[in-house]
Write a protein that binds this ligand. Structure first.
Ligand code: HAS
Length: 546
């Protein structure tokens, strides 16, 4: 595909902004774990400001910029249709301005509200406006992609949507359905409240709107990783995607089940009846199903590749996978971490077990294995891959890439094990434990274990950054006007696929219906049983406490 120079460079700019965000974000991650373990204790204001930066930069800014840039490449290379240049620029600069506004408010300590910004914690209006612009910018990218897809549909009547594009549609549909919740929260409640136009806020209503967004947000992060695992990894491993139909069904299941599940973050919240918490719990297990299908389909794709490479035996075929290839190393490390991340997610989703781990260190243990590894490592591997494809520069040092991927895996497994042991003992998350007098010596040991893991993860991130910058500084080895992404062929191809699997209106319609069914009674409960309260807290900030 001939990809215009401006788009290649803009995709790289999305990656640069994302990587710049994590370069700062990982430093605060290291400081967090050192402070919690008591090795180097941060003052309380810096602890929470740093935690806000860590969450916002790593989980929101890095992911959003990377995903938008990556999906531009997938859209153009699969549809072979041009995106709208003006909209690409408009989206990027809107997201950038939003990020700068939110970033400045956090850096100046006017938005120490963590990445969940639950009221009555109050940030300056600039933070909420910045977050809004980041989301609006991403909506412009969705509009651009949708227009391009509709043009492709008109030009190719009767053709089924190419597999990687099914993933793009699924990712952006999940994002659009999710962001409705946070848009209502920020535009109608948080911005007027922080501007002083209205005096009161309903914390429970805001939390419910946030988790309408917050859970599907994790699939907005995960699905681009699945796109790479399904459609790029099997080819790199030397094989094929085992079943194209399974991949399609998986992405469609995420459209349907991602959003109506947010209450599993609110099992302990008052004001919402247990019936609806139970219904959301049921749907949480439904949304885990496509990940189970993914585990088997990807394992089958890898087995096919290994056997083609000469592997045999019941298990020893694993040896014939390309463990030394940097791209493979990032992806397999991501997947191995996700096995544990997934299992811990099932624990979280189980109503009674959630009572044990909710708001404890278990939860960061869980999400560093999911977003902090499955997603993070996949995006790092893809950043190097795209830097090579889009700039024509040779990877600085492939072995360094491989080392950094496995190092992160080792680090995160140690870190999460320590955090989860502490969580099971009831040690809280989001707490500067270095200052806590109640930690037992045994608990301190697990905190040190988590810190060792955190230090290894930090070293791995630094090695990645050296490799990435080294790649950019390398000489160009090839002309790159023709950008080819080596998509995997399918082993099982369904030639007679029912048109229902390509009918987006049906699946999006079902998703909207489920959201209405699963949230209407919840909002009824929230309005009936909870209150708007006056005031708000601005911890460690120059804003007056009202
Ligand atoms: Fe989660 C909390 C439930 C997945 C992220 N989650 C969080 C938070 C974050 C997060 C950030 O039910 C904290 C929010 C906060 O700040 O309060 N989560 C789940 C469930 C899943 C799940 C059921 N989470 C994710 C993903 C995330 C993510 C994905 C980010 C990308 N999570 C919860 C719950 C809470 C929660 C509760 C609230 C906890 C509380 O009380 O606060 C499922 O979707 C997981 C399904 C996954 C699997 C694994 C499939 C494995 C695969 C790899 C295969 C490997 C291969 C390689 C093929 C079933 C696909 C084999 C190789 C070999 C060598 C063997």
């Amino acid at each position: 595909m001939r990809m215009e120079k401006y788009l290649r460079s803009m995709v790289m700019w999305h990656i640069y902004v994302g990587l710049l965000a994590i370069s700062v974000g990982v430093i605060f991650g290291l400081l967090q774990v050192l402070s919690r373990s008591g090795i180097y204790v941060l003052p309380p204001n810096i602890y929470y400001q740093g935690l806000t930066l860590h969450g916002v930069l790593n989980a929101v800014v890095f992911t959003t910029f990377f995903i938008v840039g990556f999906l531009y490449v997938i859209t153009e290379t699969t549809l072979k249709e041009k995106l709208n240049k003006g909209l690409v620029y408009l989206s990027f600069f809107t997201m950038l301005i939003g990020t700068l506004l939110a970033g400045i408010s956090i850096l100046t300590n006017k938005a120490t509200v963590l990445y969940t910004f639950y009221p009555p914690l109050k940030a300056s209006p600039m933070f909420y406006i910045g977050a809004t612009l980041l989301i609006v910018g991403s909506w412009i990218a969705v509009l651009n992609t949708s227009l391009t897809f509709l043009r492709w549909r008109r030009n190719n009547p009767g053709q089924k949507t190419p597999g990687p594009m099914v993933a793009v549609i699924s990712i952006y549909t999940v994002w659009m359905l999710a962001t409705i919740g946070v848009a209502i929260e920020v535009l109608f409640f948080l911005i007027p409240w922080s501007l002083g136009i209205v005096k009161s806020i309903n914390p429970e209503l805001a939390r419910t709107l946030f988790w309408w967004f917050g859970h599907p947000l994790v699939y907005f992060w995960l699905l681009p990783a699945y796109l790479a695992w399904y459609y790029i990894l099997p080819k790199v491993a030397g094989g094929k995607l085992y079943s194209e139909v399974a991949a399609r069904i998986v992405f469609i299941m995420f459209i349907v089940f991602s959003t109506p599940v947010g209450l599993h973050h609110q099992y302990s919240d008052p004001g919402i009846t247990n019936v609806w918490k139970g219904v959301h719990a049921f749907f949480t297990f439904m949304v885990a199903l496509p990940s189970f299908i993914t585990a088997f389909t990807i394992a089958a794709s890898l087995e096919y590749a290994a056997r083609k490479n000469g592997g045999n035996g019941l298990f020893s075929w694993w040896k014939k996978l390309p463990w030394g290839n940097y791209f493979f190393a990032y992806m397999i490390s991501a997947m191995i971490a996700f096995i544990f991340g997934g299992i811990s997610g099932i624990v979280n989703a189980s109503y009674n077990m959630n009572q044990v781990v909710h708001n404890t260190s278990w939860v960061p243990g869980h999400f560093h294995l999911t977003v902090g590894s499955a997603v993070f490592l996949t995006f790092l591997g893809l950043s190097l891959y795209l830097a090579n494809k889009l700039t024509g520069k040779k990877i600085f040092n492939e072995k360094l890439g491989t080392l950094s991927a496995y190092l992160w895996l080792i680090g995160v497994l140690i870190f999460s094990w320590g955090m989860m042991q502490l969580g099971r003992a009831g040690i809280p998350r989001r707490t500067n434990l270095g200052l806590a007098p109640y930690m037992t010596p045994e608990e301190r040991i697990f905190m040190i274990i988590a810190a060792v893991g955190g230090i290894i993860m930090f070293i791995s991130a630094v090695l990645f950054l050296i490799n990435f910058v080294g790649t950019l500084l390398n000489k160009k080895e090839k002309e790159v006007e023709l950008v080819e992404i080596d998509y995997a062929d399918a082993y099982y191809k369904e030639t007679n696929l029912s048109p229902i699997w390509d009918n987006w209106k049906v699946w999006i319609g079902i998703a909207i219906l489920l959201i209405i069914i699963n949230y209407t009674p919840v909002f009824y409960d929230v309005f009936r049983a909870t209150y708007f309260v006056e005031g708000g807290y601005s911890p460690f900030s120059p804003l007056p406490m009202k």
